[in-house]
Design a protein around this ligand. Structure first.
Ligand SMILES: Cc1cc2nc3c(=O)[nH]c(=O)nc-3n(C[C@H](O)[C@H](O)[C@H](O)COP(=O)(O)OP(=O)(O)OC[C@H]3O[C@@H](n4cnc5c(N)ncnc54)[C@H](O)[C@@H]3O)c2cc1C
Length: 646
């Protein structure tokens, strides 16, 4: 295996404070250097991304007085993928008085991540969670309320308390509108300049510091450079490497991959979250999959027929011939086990021939009990828009026929390596939200991505970036600076190269094939032989891509095939690294299930002695063996045990 990678020096998070975990964030904030208000006006920050992480960060940095330039590829910051988030956002408010606390959220998250995240980061996240809700309520985010007017909560997987705040099935949209309003306020105030329909295609590094980006105006095709004192990437996750996923079609890895190629280490790329409740794949025509929010598992019961091959309609299968397998195997958490566990359990029953629907790749999510107990109106009030969406897509009415669901790629826990300050290994390059690897270990708990994105953007980054910027403003760079010019030329050359191939295969056909390889060999279950095969297939397909891809049109103007071609080219390189990471981690943990490492009951078996580390990968060249740097994980408060939800 060593020919596929080499092992370099270990890496340490030098910004992480020690001492009692409860006081670490306070102490880091106190020790971080401050920038006085007059100096902030002299400092500029580029923020790539306007989702919950980037939107909240740009708004907050603008409010602090920095000169911010904010970028997104959509036509409005409001269209960032965060808008798709349905179910909710966690916070340890304990409004329900059901035993929740900052410590419990911290505990649940470290355990839920299968002991592959940092205690310091996760504790900070749990602490900050309570401030997020206050911030959003003050902005006017319309969280659901109980009859008496108090904020309502519901339960999500991996927790036995009810700590998820929500706005029907549109939580991301409502939170994003809050962040967007804060952002627009700063745009009006002149502290934030907004660039929509601009795609970052390269990071500019000068004298070892991140100093800017190269962007393409997606409407005119113009390539330009933007220089600043620091760069923040909030560019989201890379689940679309699988082609089919619940992510918005535009989600891609280019911003972080370009930074990786310029020296930023990429951490735990193989940790992918496969969400258990998605509408099953229905044929080759599909280009994306649809999530049915995890919140549905509060009231929906998951089952399959007890007998393999039973193809009767759900209504014809009597109660005693149904297997509510999550309730049976995991009585303590039942339908609310974490996503990795629920997904694997669904795969297992389908592998046994007990799946339902076309191809046997589905399980039921049944609301009959909830409707009988609470009444249709109450169920409609909680989940109405999700039920409507399901009916529109499948043509079946989930109020009368159980939903059919199956796991699908949903979220990526891996991302650029960052220290406690959210700074990557390239000084001046900060990474926030789903784009970094920071808080979720090998499996993210439901409703914790929105929490992390807003924690990073509203609270963490605005406090930590000052420590770096206090040494600025940095030397003014001339437009003809060699490193700046080289970055720009590299982008122009790459675009010219893509256009020049002029082959006979569409970009999408390559992407679809890459996705199939990834799903087959680096999806829900991975094996040594499968991953090796995947690496060979990816390499072959990547070569073919550069010989046969057809990108019609030209670079000067709107060209969506060109946009996609650049993104798919980066996906090829990422895919290979994901497989190498998955191959080297011979244990199972969270979303990474190695078939060779399971307990006799078929549960994931970790190998703490050998793999209790963050795998941070260094780029050495396309197709060349990457270098692995290990960051040891230390657990002082939540001691690794075999996760049990029984
Ligand atoms: C269907 C669905 C439902 C979900 N529901 C929930 C939920 O209920 N609760 C929860 O906690 N999480 C949920 N998640 C996960 C959560 O929505 C995401 O993890 C989170 O919104 C990511 O936010 P972000 O700000 O990091 O990135 P995004 O919202 O993905 O934003 C990325 C931004 O970066 C910009 N960008 C990217 N690349 C470039 C580039 N090269 N140049 C310029 N701009 C660029 C984009 O334009 C965009 O503005 C859900 C995810 C999905 C797919």
């Amino acid at each position: 295996m060593t020919e596929l990678f080499s092992v370099g020096d270990p890496i340490a998070d030098t910004k992480a404070p020690d001492g009692p975990v409860e006081t670490r964030w306070d102490r880091r904030r106190f020790s971080a250097k401050l920038v006085n208000p007059a100096n902030k006006r002299k400092l500029s920050v580029i923020v790539v991304g306007t989702g919950l992480a980037g939107g909240s960060a740009a708004a907050t940095l603008g409010e602090l007085g920095y000169r911010v330039r904010s970028y997104c590829y959509q036509d409005s910051p409001r269209r960032a993928h965060s808008i798709a988030a349905q179910g909710g956002i966690n916070a340890a408010k304990n409004y329900r008085n059901d035993g929740d606390s900052v410590h419990r959220l911290f505990y649940d998250t470290v355990k839920g991540g299968d002991f592959r995240s940092r205690e310091s980061n996760v504790h900070r996240l749990a602490q900050v969670s309570v401030e997020i809700i206050d911030q959003c309520v003050a902005q006017g985010v319309p969280f659901a309320r109980e009859y008496g007017g108090l904020l309502d909560t519901r339960s999500f997987g991996g927790a036995q308390v009810s700590r998820t705040f929500y706005a029907r099935g549109q939580t991301g949209q409502q939170l994003l509108l809050g962040a967007y309003q804060a952002l627009e306020r700063q745009v009006a105030a002149g502290t934030v300049e907004m660039f929509t329909r601009h795609e970052m295609l390269e990071l500019i590094v000068v004298d070892g510091r991140a100093r800017g980006i190269v962007v393409r105006d997606m409407v005119t095709g113009e390539i330009s450079t933007d220089l600043a004192d620091a760069v923040v990437l909030a560019s989201g996750g890379y689940g679309n490497v699988f082609f089919l996923s619940t992510n918005a079609k535009g989600c891609n890895v280019t911003a972080t991959w370009r930074a990786h190629r310029k020296g930023a280490l990429f951490a735990n790329p193989c940790y992918t979250q496969i969400h258990p409740t998605c509408i099953p794949v229905s044929g080759d025509h599909q280009s994306k999959l649809t999530l049915m929010s995890e919140s549905l598992r509060n009231d929906g019961r998951v089952w399959v027929p007890k007998k393999a091959g039973d193809d009767r309609a759900a209504a014809d299968i009597p109660e005693d011939e149904r297997d509510y397998y999550l309730e049976r195997i995991y009585p303590a958490f039942g339908n609310l086990v974490p996503r990795d566990i629920a997904s694997r359990a669904a795969k297992n029953v389908c592998d046994e021939g007990r799946g339902v629907g076309p191809g046997g790749l589905g399980v039921y999510l049944d609301f009959a009990d909830a409707i009988g107990r609470l009444g249709r109106k109450a169920v409609e009030a909680k989940y109405g828009n999700l039920f409507e969406m399901y009916e529109r897509i499948t043509g079946e009415d989930p109020y009368t026929v159980p939903m059919r669901i199956y796991p699908a790629v949903h979220y990526t826990m891996g991302g650029l390596w960052v220290d406690y300050d959210l700074q990557s290994t390239v000084p001046g390059l900060f990474v926030i939200g789903e784009a970094n690897f920071s808080d979720h270990g090998a499996n993210r708990l439901g409703a914790s991505a929105l929490m992390q994105g807003l924690a990073d953007g509203y609270f963490v980054l605005p406090n930590t970036i000052g420590d770096y910027l206090a040494a600025g403003p940095f030397e003014r760079l001339a437009a003809d600076n060699p490193e700046v010019a080289a970055a720009r030329t590299a982008v122009e050359d790459r675009i010219a190269k893509l256009l020049a191939v002029n082959g006979d295969r569409t970009v999408d056909s390559f992407h679809r094939e890459l996705g199939r390889i990834m799903w087959e060999y680096c999806g829900m279950e991975r094996t040594d032989a499968g991953l090796r095969k995947a690496i060979d297939l990816i390499r072959g397909l990547r070569e073919e891509f550069w010989q046969r891809v057809r990108v019609p049109g030209e670079g000067e103007g709107l060209n969506q095939a060109l946009e996609r071609a650049g993104r798919v080219a980066d996906f090829f390189e990422l895919a290979e690294l994901m497989c190498v990471d998955a191959l080297h981690r011979t244990e199972s943990c969270g979303g990474h299930f190695r078939a060779e490492s399971q307990t006799p009951e078929g549960e994931a078996e970790r190998d703490d002695e050998n793999f209790s580390y963050v795998a941070a990968w260094e780029f050495t060249g396309t197709g060349d063996a990457p270098v692995l740097h290990k960051e040891d994980l230390i657990f002082e408060y939540v001691h690794p045990t075999q996760r049990s939800y029984k």
